[in-house]
Design a protein around this ligand. Structure first.
Ligand code: F6P
Length: 324
């Protein structure tokens, strides 16, 4: 067996555009630093099963511009159990894996921290469209999802205006209203409903009627999937209240997770991938790469998992002001 430092890389949880760019950066930077790389298939599930494949520079050719993750991903229940983690560590030891780079969201960072606490050298890279990970201004994939949402809502607004309709659009984000709020700003929504704020049905109705009275040709309402009202219920409510506009609704769903990463996400993923390997070279581990105002910093995984990211409510209030 070679005595080169061997680093594993996996993607876990919901895929996010830019994950491939991050894998590519990890592989190529590791090779430049005389390391070997093992790709772990199917996220933590593959770690438990020992599904490893060596990755060379050509294995990551042509993936920079592709959405999804060529290493595949999963939400592994087995790995959440101590026995699954024990098996994973055994597999890593058998393969001579010295360190592991985990690209994924909040749950994946929890998994990374669980390994770090058991002595595994782990580096996390935040990858999630939800942008709900504490310790980084933005995660890999969020910008692409924002652009996908913007494109979809722009199109929906064209038809909404032509028919003078109110459109209810549901965005992803799990328990975070980040995507909905930012979509509200970039798409000029009348009102945004988020999990962080209880939905006031009267306020929604007033905003729709107000838009109608002020002569708007449409009303755009963005409902985060985690808010406390379902989009179908909202549509029925607005129709029944007869507020001027008839309604239609669109649940954007998984389309928000796919597609070629934006230039921003490719740069972010590349920077974080490079930085993750640099951390290992300098002997740093148990951290996540986080984008901060000064650049990419190493954030302790303990802090990442023990803090809850909050959205900036200033943006939420901005939506209302800009809807005048
Ligand atoms: O975390 C990313 C995300 O797309 C969330 O926005 C959403 O709630 C969830 O994953 C959907 O998960 P699944 O693809 O397993 O249905």
């Amino acid at each position: 067996m070679s005595d080169k430092f061997k680093v594993g890389v996996l993607t876990s949880g919901g895929d996010a555009p830019g994950m491939n760019a991050a894998i590519r950066a990890v592989v190529r930077t590791a090779l430049v630093n005389n390391m070997e790389v093992l790709g772990v298939m199917h996220g933590y599930e593959g770690l438990v099963n020992g599904e490893f494949r060596p990755l060379g520079p050509r294995d990551v050719g042509g993936i920079l511009q592709r959405g999804g993750t060529f290493l595949l991903t999963s939400r592994s229940k087995r790995f959440m159990e101590p026995t699954g983690q024990r098996d994973a560590i055994r597999r890593m030891n058998e393969a001579g894996m010295d360190a592991l780079i985990v690209i994924g969201g909040e749950g994946s960072m929890n998994g990374a921290y669980a390994l770090a606490k058991q002595g595994v050298k782990v580096i996390g890279l935040p990858g999630s469209i939800d942008n709900d990970i504490w310790g980084t201004n933005i995660a890999i994939g969020t910008d692409t999802a924002m652009n996908t949402i913007m494109d979809a809502v722009d199109k929906l607004r064209d038809t909404a205006s032509s028919h003078q309709r109110a459109f209810l659009i549901e965005t992803m984000g799990r328990n975070s209203g980040y995507l909905a709020v930012m979509a509200g700003i970039v798409c000029g929504a009348e009102i945004v409903l988020i999990p962080e704020n209880p939905v006031d049905r009267q306020e929604v109705a007033a905003a729709v009627e107000d838009a109608y009275k002020r002569g708007k040709t449409h009303a755009i309402i963005i409902n985060a999937e985690g808010s406390d009202i379902r989009t179908t219920e909202l549509a029925t409510m607005i129709d029944e209240m007869d507020l001027g506009f008839k309604t239609r609704m669109t649940i954007l769903g998984h389309i928000q997770r796919g597609g070629s990463p934006t230039a921003y996400d490719r740069v972010l993923a590349s920077r974080m991938g490079v930085k993750a390997v640099e951390a290992l070279v300098e002997g740093t581990h148990g951290v996540m790469t986080g984008l901060k105002s000064k650049g990419i910093e190493f954030i302790p995984l303990a802090d990442v998992v023990n803090n809850k990211r909050k959205i900036n409510m200033e943006y939420y209030h901005m939506v209302k002001v800009l809807a005048r």
